[in-house]
Design a protein around this ligand. Sequence first.
Ligand SMILES: [Zn+2]
Length: 276
Amino acid sequence: MYKEVRSIKLKLREGKNKSVYLTDPGFFGDDVIMAFSTRFGGHSLSPYNSLNLSYLSGDEYKNVLKNRISFLEALNIDVFAGVLAGQVHGDRIEFVKEKISEFGILLPGVSVENTDGLITTSKNLPLVGTFADCVPLFFYDNVKKVVAISHAGWRGTKENIAKKTIDNIIKETGGKVSDIKVIIGPSIGSCCYEVGAELHDAFKDYSFYENICRVKNQRLYLDLWLANSIQLEQAGVLSENILVSEICTHCNNDFFFSYRKEKGNTGRMMGLIKII
Ligand SMILES: [Zn+2]
């Protein structure tokens, strides 16, 4: 079992409206838009400054609405397209064919409920999740033309949402796991993800326990990037098809919202993937 992740250097881009995001430098190819927002270029005030994309953070409605429009416009995406995962730190994956609101993801309270992973083969249907330290997983199979996004915090990782997303992609499309590529996006790294003993215990029966549960200066840390990389490989994804951005949202709190660093009083980024 390997002990290091393979990294991808996501590209930094700024939309005409100043919204700043990271995007795939070409690993997925030209048929897909993959993006992860930063906290720059939005309308929200502290502590949501400025591109907060979640209505559930406590921010003002009008600012989040403007920010969501800005982010989508920065990507040249139809602002009324898109579908958002409800995200409950579970492991349920939903295959979606169309948006669930005529306004896409613009309005509050509209999401695919009780779902932490979305899959689609539909064009013009951006799949969206919100993140602030939890691990975003972006999937693409360029043979079956299917994309997916999953939300893997420690609970999702414990439930192996990475493998469940892969299994669902194959079930829905009949594709081959060797055709699936995955990017593990910006999230809290093992450098900063200090945890209690109960979280180490939660993984004690896993084959990769010793790889992901670290001890430094008598403090305990968890490596969710490596955990998800290993789970993807164990699910059959080729190791060269799994890349990690290796950007820690906690280390780079000036650039990203970090739930941990800001003690929950912060905004959320969006991860988005779409077939062109
Ligand atoms: Zn860090």
